[in-house]
Design a protein around this ligand. Structure first.
Ligand code: SF4
Length: 372
């Protein structure tokens, strides 16, 4: 069966939305139940409705940097028209005439294709006096955060802004700005062209699988059913939810419905629905070291707990791996991880040790067996 996100709407959603008052378009999006698909789950219609007065900006967040996440890339590669159409409906509803796509630096190769798609859509853009510009990021994970994107576009160091004010009141260049992610915007035309199923979500499957890739499943489908669709190459041992969402042991949770509430109740976060499958035989210690290297590299360095803490975590993990660690250091690791979570300035630091907290909770022996 064709994936919903690959449906060709041929601008039918935009044409239908254009027949309506702007307020009616927003009401339909509110009633549809569409929520931010980046993992934020913020109601999209409510976000559109909260825009302040005056000149407004729409930004499409295509800075997909969470490890194991590649669903936005999938949409841009396979159905870019749906994204541009969704941006047009959003801009029309919010009366925004300037839009930007903030494209992840590593996705530079997608820029040409997107520009062609914008060119092809000129007729519709002109109808609502909308210009769409692509801004290429420089590859920083922190720019997935909406206010860091604003800093980056303005040419500043991308440090997360203190809120309030929220971007809807004072965003890009101080103007009201709405930031929606690719998957969220791509679902908008489907709402207006009929037959949209709000429960169908994209999942990114990677790791020890024979058929990794992007799949579409209903929210609440069991972990086992989703992972089985990608044919595990060995018996799964654990599943990481990206790097920021932590992990759960597979055997204990294989029947867990994968929806935000069920995953959160068990101490992890579904987030952007990146399932990284770890097969039996792999060491959670070694995988934790890979994640620690990632966060040391991506920490922007602005605050001490994240900058120094993640560096120390990597140091301790390396020590354990070369057999020179003691159980005392394991205890230190156990204290340091939640401390970084609780004291870091922004969400990057606050989620940067979830992988470790989960791995140490469920797979303690992977960490202690090498200690003196
Ligand atoms: S938690 Fe601090 S150091 Fe880490 S990314 Fe955020 S501001 Fe930068």
């Amino acid at each position: 069966m064709e994936m919903q996100i690959l449906r060709k709407t041929k601008w039918g959603g935009f044409k239908n939305a254009r027949q309506m008052e702007k307020t009616q378009v927003i009401q339909i999006v509110k009633d549809s139940g569409l929520k931010g698909r980046s993992g934020s789950n913020y109601p999209t219609g409510t976000k559109w409705e909260s825009m302040g007065p005056g000149e407004r900006y729409l930004i499409c967040n295509a800075d997909e940097g969470e490890p194991g996440t590649f669903k936005d890339r999938f949409i841009i590669e396979n159905n870019p028209q749906l994204l541009i159409e969704g941006m047009c409906i959003a801009a029309y509803a919010m009366d925004a005439h300037k839009a930007l796509i903030y494209l992840r630096g590593e996705y530079a190769y997608l820029k040409k294709g997107l520009e062609k798609e914008i060119e092809k859509s000129n007729k519709y853009l002109r109808q609502i006096k909308l210009s769409i510009r692509i801004v290429l990021g420089a590859g920083a994970y922190i720019c997935g955060e909406e206010s860091a994107i604003l800093e980056s576009i303005e040419g500043s160091r991308p440090i997360v802004r203190k809120k309030p004010p929220y971007p809807a009141q004072a965003g890009l260049y101080g103007k009201p700005t709405c930031i929606n992610n690719v998957e969220t915007l791509a679902n908008v035309p489907l709402i207006f062209s009929g037959g949209w199923d709000k429960d169908l979500l994209l999942f990114c499957l990677s790791g020890d699988l024979k058929k990794p890739g992007v799949c579409e499943f209903k929210a609440g489908t069991s972990m086992k059913e989703i992972i089985s669709a990608a044919s595990p190459s060995v018996e799964p041992k654990a599943v990481f939810f990206g790097a920021a969402g932590g992990c759960l042991p597979y055997r204990k949770f294989e029947n867990l419905p994968l929806d935000d509430a069920s995953v959160s109740e068990n101490g992890a976060m579904l987030g952007s629905r990146a399932l990284i499958v770890v097969g039996e035989g792999r060491s959670m210690l070694e995988i934790s070291k890979v994640f620690a290297e990632f966060f040391v590299h991506e920490s922007c360095g602005y605050c001490t707990p994240c900058r120094e803490g993640n560096f120390r975590i990597l140091e301790l993990l390396k020590k354990i791996m070369d057999g020179s660690d003691t159980l005392c250091d394991i205890e230190l690791l156990r204290k340091l991880a939640p401390h970084i979570r609780d004291t870091s300035y922004c969400s990057l630091g606050r989620t940067s040790t979830n992988y470790l907290i989960g791995a140490m909770k469920y797979f303690e022996s992977d960490f202690t067996k090498l200690c003196r």
